[in-house]
Design a protein around this ligand. Structure first.
Ligand code: 2HG
Ligand code: ZN
Length: 460
């Protein structure tokens, strides 16, 4: 251990697992953005809460910055360590701690994957309903850090709605038990909610008590092909009024091309500019209601074609067309936007933004998809082969500034569910007022006076 600071950490915590191999530094120092060169000091893999506290105390003494780290599936650079930080990975803290049948809560360590949380809930005949494609690799702690949303928000809301309590190591190493599983708690500031979405800048979530609920009734999955963008919101309003939706997701023909090239199966023939995958509760009347809605949509020129899954395998194949998009684009290292608006603001915004992006990126592959039923769009821009990384990012940043201005005019957000991280901190002012950002900085100062927790993320 040549670094004196690391030697001090090893001496303080002789059983702490510490990694300094170049391959480990690279692996744990980056997330799915792949934009920054990882350069952490070392990786610490604590096995319990006491070790996390000791690491944070050591960081304070030595003035070392700490990057809390979950599954690093983030898309905004929130878990990147590129400046000699200590990465504090929670991956060894991945156990269920408690299930309470009366409260219907599950208490887990923060390093547990979302998929493992789903499975643990299932063992008790219940569900943890937040869900998205990265479920196998992302951690519940990371989900909390970004207030992750996903494909069922339309039905169940964001992560925020499902967190009954948090155990957090604050910037000074002290342990906080926030909300302790209470349903009602009118006793002042809700620090639990402040932690959710704070991107590791206020404290390190080490344990979470999540609420569980009954599984939904069985469902049906439908894929629809749409002739134009205006039809998207019409079909959403139509299906929402006639069915109990569990999901309503869209993607374009460009997204379809990539996902098909990546091994997914085509489900609707012909060329269509827009597609919707929707899932809704199946009861005696839903089949007829879905068919009637479909016919109404066709009659009004909003729907060109559609297919309803006849088996679980077919439903999974339809979902793959939507859920496989991010992975199919990953080799192109896309520039990602993750924006949201009130649903009522979407129709006008979509037109403005389509014109803006058409002019700004006339020769780029621009891939639109997302959770249209929540007002959340993912716009991925792919780098043309003849453009260098830096020129590509510079062009995209310029367009993001215009996008942010448009969002600001419509009262939207520059990050719906991926977080601000490093990628979007220059645009935070499009979503939060100066007064709000000043208060956010003040909060950071209170929780983390030395600025050691995930510095550089969220704020410039
Ligand atoms: C999704 O909705 C994820 O699939 C990823 O939030 C979005 O890759 C993206 O831009
Ligand atoms: Zn998403």
């Amino acid at each position: 251990m040549t670094d004196a600071r690391l030697a001090a950490l090893a001496a303080r915590l002789p059983n702490l697992r510490l990694l300094t191999d170049p391959a480990d530094l690279e692996h744990y120092g980056r997330d799915w953005t792949r934009r920054w060169t990882p350069a952490p000091l070392a990786i610490a893999l604590p096995g319990d809460v006491a070790e996390v506290q000791d690491i944070v105390r050591w960081a304070n003494e030595q003035g070392v910055a700490v990057v809390p780290s979950g599954g690093r599936t983030g898309l905004s650079g929130g878990a990147v360590a590129a400046h000699g930080e200590l990465v504090l990975s929670l991956e060894r803290m991945n156990r269920v701690l408690d299930f309470d049948a009366v409260d219907r809560t599950l208490t887990v360590q923060a390093g547990m994957s979302l998929h493992a949380v789903h499975e643990a809930a299932k063992e008790h005949g219940l569900i943890y309903p937040v869900d998205f494609a990265a479920r196998g690799s992302c951690s519940i702690g990371g989900n909390i850090a970004t207030n992750a949303g996903g494909i069922r928000v339309i039905r169940y809301g964001n992560t925020r709605e499902w967190i009954a309590g948090l155990t957090v190591v604050a910037g000074n190493g002290k342990l906080l038990q926030l909300n302790r599983g209470l349903i009602k708690n009118s006793s002042g500031y809700d620090l639990r909610q402040l932690m959710i979405g704070s991107e590791g800048t206020l404290g390190i979530v080490v344990e979470a008590t999540v609420r569980l609920t009954d599984p939904p009734p069985s469902s049906q999955v439908m894929l629809l092909a749409l002739p134009n963008m205006d039809a998207l919101m019409e079909v959403f309003a139509l299906f929402r009024s006639r069915l109990t939706l569990q999901a309503f997701e869209f993607f374009t023909d460009v997204a379809l091309r990539h996902v098909l090239a990546h091994g997914a199966q085509r489900a609707i023939d012909g060329e269509h500019p827009y597609y919707v995958v929707t899932e809704f509760d199946a009861d005696e009347s839903s089949q007829d209601a879905a068919l009637a809605a479909f016919e109404y949509g066709v009659d009004h020129g909003w729907i060109s074609d559609g297919v309803i899954a006849q088996s679980e395998a077919q439903a999974a194949a339809l979902w793959r067309l939507r859920e496989g998009i991010t992975e199919s684009l990953a080799p192109h290292r896309p520039y990602k936007n993750d924006i949201s608006l009130r649903i009522s603001a979407l129709p006008v915004f979509l037109h403005e933004i389509q014109t803006l992006l058409g002019q700004a990126y006339p020769h780029f592959d621009v891939v639109w998809f997302g959770h249209i039923g929540d007002g959340n769009l993912h716009i991925n821009v792919l780098r043309p082969e003849n453009l260098s990384d830096s020129d590509f990012i510079a062009q995209c940043e310029h367009v993001t500034k215009l996008l942010a201005d448009t969002l600001q005019r419509h009262g939207g957000s520059i990050s719906a569910e991926h977080g601000i991280g490093l990628v979007k901190r220059a645009y935070l002012g499009s979503t939060r007022s100066e007064a709000e950002i000043a208060l956010m900085r003040g909060v950071k100062q209170v929780f983390d006076p030395k600025g050691l927790l995930n510095p550089g993320k969220l704020f410039i």
